[in-house]
Ligand binder design. Sequence first.
Ligand code: GLN
Length: 447
Amino acid sequence: VEHYLHNIKEKADLNAFLEVFEQEAYTQADIVDHKLANGTAGKLAGMVIGIKDVLAFEGHSLQASSQILNSFKSLYTATAVQRLIAEDAIIIGRQNCDEFAMGASNENSSFGPVLNADDHSRVPGGSSGGSAVAVQADMCLASIGSDTGGSVRQPASFCGIVGLKPTYSRISRYGLIAYASSFDQIGIMTKNVADAALLLEVMAGKDEYDSTVSQREVPAYSELLQTEKKYKIGYIRDCFESEGLDAEVKNAILGVKDMLKEAGHQVEAVEFPYLDYMVPTYYILTTAEASSNLGRYDGVKYGYRSDNATDLTSLYKKTRAEGFGQEVQRRIMLGTFVLSADYYDAYYTKAQKVRRLIKEKTDELLQAYDFLILPTAPTTAFKIGENTANPLAMYLADIFTVQASLAGVPAISIPVGRDTNGLSIGLQLMTRSFEEPALLAFSNYIL
Ligand code: GLN
């Protein structure tokens, strides 16, 4: 705890933490020390973990990096966080992120951007940017983030760490602030695969407070990390031919592909004809769901309330106009539009159909191949400010991560190299739903 608190203070300029639970962490450390001495300590004894500011922790502020939740405190603890604590993990603090997890660079936070520890002029990725940098810069051993369309995997790729998005429904979302509910997943950010496996094992599984969580048994992932098997791997050719893909990223990923082939795995190119539809489908559906989920922030029930209101309608309007940042407002408007009576079929219904096609094609490929490999992101970490004026360019940063989110399958980003600027490159692997044991074991083998 001392080590991490020291680093958090030393590296405060990175802006990774919104709040540090210093006293509590020391108290918890003492309790864990006693438990270790008398042999009653849990599986995560002493593991120092940071949580993204979208996860509820009773008695602590929870804001999704937004002003609309200013001064709001959680009344209960998210199931996933509760399970970490029950195994004697130490929660060290609350981490900066894009407002309501909407973004790919952490520049949409009302608390300012997070800086990439490898190059302070660059973004850490998003939306779990603070969580990624906290692990990258050794301010905690692991972070818990959320991944709706890549928010754990893409910042992991930009920061040279491991980022896991489990199968949709594998981890309870009770206590996770909702962005787009048919996509949202709690995800894990660590320095290695073994820690990710252990944390998944602790957090996954049924929960009486979340009716959408899977009832399946939770395998002992951390004991299943060795594999000697030769796998069948597909690499999505269309991704490697896509326009915005950086040449160094491409070469690094193709290098891993060749290495796997040489090691005796069966590696084949596969076609995925829906690449151009991925980002539009994702943004139509997620903005629609967001416009509905964010309806609850009305100045009455939570956090911020405008002082300038004169009646109920102006209370709603002014609170939301003053409390939400620009990107969140843009998405609420887009989502409200695609759900409006006149356009519902043209956009929302259509996007649902395309999502089904993407899911079916992905599942079909995953019947034929154990893993699909592709880059996590088309580029390495870009400069702060580089994409802020152009939301479409920013949305395209998600092109390779949204497939797993649209299909609900598990995916992981692992660091496989650096470009000539010293910036990290992430390889993404996807597999069939609930096959995290193989995904983790194979990632462990590659690393
Ligand atoms: N960048 C994507 C978005 O802005 C992903 C965000 C996420 O996974 N929370 O929606």
